[in-house]
Design a protein around this ligand. Structure first.
Ligand code: C2E
Ligand code: MG
Ligand code: MG
Length: 742
């Protein structure tokens, strides 16, 4: 191997500085790779003589072959500068070492200065562009002052690059850490993650500690919530119980000065969420390794993330509290109930029953005694329920007057307990207050569905039905579930059927009892499903009313009624047709407009129309419905009060109601032969009708006896199967022709 034997001198002197104190000394690590030992000795002694800025000392390492150099480089990762001879054990050993350093050792930052004694051997330009080296010098040109500038400029560059790389790496870790803590929403997992991530940033795995306390008196209140690694034995302890004095001092300092305390031994972070819940938190991470300025800076950045993490959790808890409790009464609410049901395991589901209680006469009580009183009543009832019910029962206020209870289904509801749950005496504002309840008992395993929202609304509708029927205790049955399911699926089907205009009408004749003449028809809605089966109007009208489809349905039926009426009129039958309307229609402006427009477009006189509305619906909102009816009367349409006798029409209203006829409900007519009471009711309605000038129609006449009895009693008009079932228009015309011939 050819190597220059020329001796080298580093002639120029650099002014000497004063010797710095030991603690301030910075070390720059330089590696000289050189197989010419004389040259290396001279180089090292020149390096040692260099006076560098900021009291920096050189830590000089030497290698005499490329092989030796790579061994040193793999253990000393902090070498900043390599002064590398090109020609050593092989002609290009130095150049190969460059590739090893950059590609195999993956050290991209170390500065490499190539030195050669044979300038022609590796031309500077080509070497610089082919290899990742920083400078190229001829050994002969290397004087002391040059060496000084090479060392100081390259070491400074290396320092910057390394710091930058470290900071980038640190920031990456902090970013990762921030991302990982931001997805933790409960305090326990959040703090465990924070402890682990601080460990990652510091590169230590010694464990950590998390304390929480009230920021108003942290010393008494603070206690350890989470402890990992070397702190594990402290979990659950209060701060005052700590035996580790030094640690205690740091914690106390952080708490009293409300700041982070970062020492070489441990980092203590202080956080508070005063603006939300007056809590303060301490996070402690131990580290035996030296904590650098870079670490401290990273921890400061990360602590900002931790702080916002605590704020987020505190806010989330606050929002959760608000979402799941009744804001005024501080009682678990409907959302809470929903969440409890939704989160049940399969086993829990099978072993749980839902009780729902509605306070009877609640609205009347509110109306009479005011909001505040009823809120106090609800609070007292809540506390009394918690007492009456077995331990472990979960009570909530699921509606404005309903309580819901989740309890084990193994628990027997004894008659005594049912008694207490349906009739309860509580103390309100110092006075005994008695409330009665409607109670629904629903075992969750009897339900064929698991959506909490559907179950709660199912329970509510069953409870409503029970309360309407004045039943105080109702056990949910599978049959009821099936019915609800059927209604729900019919609703979707009905919506499509209406949209496609596929409902039809049938007409049923009304006959004058004294003359036997056909004096009217009633138009009735019919729904034939795809499979050819019919759904009864009693079922689908109730569904349409409950789902808001009724107005669209009745507009469609009205249009079909007009088509049928048009056919009759065109054939010369000027006989009135009645159509059924619900109170929802009457109260909705669109319905009236639709009817009026239809009348105009079909060019049919309004007196050929008769609007039937049930007595019950008319009385439900008498004043408003009365006004609405008046508008139809003004158009020229007549009004009939349908199903009369089944509702509670007050005498005060009957004298003023805008109606032309009353239809006696079929339930009275059908019992005429068997039940004297029906006779009394019908007689009474007839008298009332005569008194106020209503014409009286009897519905559902099926027998000669009923017809005769009603005729004798003075009823004007009859409608029923005795004459004809409701018929499609074609059949009705045939029926009419035949009837008129008789
Ligand atoms: P409603 O208005 O009282 O109609 C009379 C009901 O009694 C009709 O039942 C009719 O078919 C039935 N009926 C008549 N004569 C007899 C009889 O001799 N024996 C028996 N067993 N039944 C008889 P439908 O068609 O099932 O309608 C039931 C109810 O549905 C109607 O009672 C009405 O309240 C409602 N409804 C029907 N169509 C419409 C409609 O287009 N709109 C609205 N809103 N309600 C409708
Ligand atoms: Mg009717
Ligand atoms: Mg009726």
């Amino acid at each position: 191997m050819a190597q220059s034997t020329e001796s080298y001198e580093f002639l120029e002197e650099i002014p000497q500085g004063t010797e710095p104190s030991k603690s301030l000394v910075n070390h720059w690590k330089v590696l000289s790779v050189e197989d010419d030992l004389d040259y290396q000795r001279a180089l090292v002694s020149s390096l040692e003589a260099l006076i560098l800025p900021n009291h920096t000392k050189l830590h000089i390492l030497t290698a005499n072959s490329a092989f030796e150099a790579s061994a040193i480089l793999s253990t000393h990762k902090d070498i900043g500068l390599i002064l590398l001879d090109v020609v050593m054990e092989e002609d290009d050993a130095g150049l190969r070492l460059v590739s090893t350093i950059r590609e195999e050792l993956g050290n991209a930052h170390v500065r490499i200065v190539l030195l050669t004694g044979q300038p022609g051997f590796a031309p500077e330009k080509e070497v610089m562009s082919a290899l990742d080296i920083d400078e190229y010098w001829n050994k002969g040109d290397l004087k002391l002052n040059k060496l000084h500038s090479i060392v100081s400029s390259n070491m400074r560059t290396w320092n910057y690059i390394s710091e930058l790389a470290e900071a980038t790496q640190g920031l990456k870790i902090v970013l990762e850490a921030a991302r990982s803590i931001n997805s933790r929403y409960d305090l326990a997992t959040f703090t465990r993650t924070v402890l682990a991530e601080i460990g990652n940033i510091l590169g230590v795995e010694e464990g950590g500690l998390f304390c929480m306390g009230n920021s108003l008196n942290p010393f008494e209140d603070a206690h350890v919530l989470t402890a990992t690694g070397c702190f594990t034995q402290l979990e659950g302890l209060k701060l005052g119980d700590f035996q580790l004095n030094e640690l205690f001092d740091d914690l106390q300092q952080a708490l009293s000065e409300k700041r982070h305390i970062l020492t070489p031994l441990r980092s203590v972070f202080y956080f508070e969420t005063n603006e939300i819940n007056e809590k303060c938190y301490l996070i402690v991470v131990n580290s035996s390794a030296q904590i650098t300025d870079a670490h401290i800076n990273l921890l400061k950045v990360f602590s900002e993330n931790i702080s916002s993490g605590f704020t987020n959790i505190a806010l989330l808890n606050r929002v959760t509290e608000l979402a799941y409790t009744h804001s005024d009464l501080n009682i678990p609410n409907r959302n809470w109930l929903k969440r409890e049901i939704q989160n049940m395991s399969h086993l829990e589901w099978q072993q749980t029953r839902l009780l729902m209680l509605e306070v009877n006469y609640f609205d009347e009580m509110k109306f009479t005694f005011g909001y505040e009183f009823t809120q106090n009543v609800l609070t007292s009832i809540y506390h009394s329920l918690v007492q009456i019910l077995p331990t472990g029962s979960r009570v909530s206020l699921s509606g404005h007057k309903q309580f819901a209870v989740l309890l084990g289904s193994h628990f027997e509801l004894s008659p005594e307990l049912i008694g207490k749950l349906t009739y309860n005496e509580v103390e309100v504002e110092g006075v005994a207050h008695v409330s009665s309840f409607t109670l629904l008992d629903m075992r969750l395993d009897t339900l064929n569905q698991r959506s909490a929202a559907i179950i709660i609304s199912m329970a509510e509708s069953e409870l409503k039905q029970a309360s309407l029927k004045n039943i105080s205790y109702l056990q949910h049955s599978q049959q009821e579930s099936d019915l609800i399911k059927r209604r729900y699926s019919l609703m979707g089907e009905l919506r499509n059927t209406i949209r496609e205009g596929k409902l039809s009408v049938m007409l049923q004749p009304k006959v004058c009892l004294s003359t036997g003449k056909v004096v009217g028809f009633e138009s009735l809605a019919r729904w034939e499903r795809e499979d050819g089966s019919f759904v009864s109007p009693d079922e689908f009208i109730a569904i349409a009313e409950a789902s808001g489809l009724i107005i669209k349905l009745d507009c469609l039926i009205f249009e079909k009624t007009m088509e049928a009426l048009k056919i009759l009129v065109d054939m010369g039958y000027r006989i009135p047709v009645s159509f059924n309307a619900s109170s929802f229609d009457l109260l909705h402006p669109d319905y009236y407009i639709f009817v009026a427009n239809c009348l105009a477009s079909f060019d049919i006189p309004a007196e050929l129309l008769d609007l039937e509305v049930t007595e019950t619906q008319t009385m439900s909102d008498y004043e408003r419905i009365q006004q609405c009816l008046q508008r139809f009367v003004t158009l020229g349409i007549k009004i009939s009060l349908d199903d009369f006798g089944t509702g509670y029409c007050s005498l005060a209203h009957i004298s003023n109601i805008t109606a032309h006829s009353i239809k006696i409900d079929r339930s009275f007519v059908s019992k005429l032969e068997k039940d004297k009471n029906s006779e009394h009711v019908i007689n009474m309605i007839l008298k009332l009708g005569k008194q106020f000038n209503f014409s009286i129609v009897a519905e559902g006449i099926e027998t000669e006896y009923q017809k005769q009895w009603l005729s004798d009693a003075g009823c004007d008009i009859a409608q029923g199967y005795l004459y004809s079932k409701p018929l499609v228009i074609k059949d009705l015309i045939a029926w009419l022709t035949k009837y008129n011939k008789l």
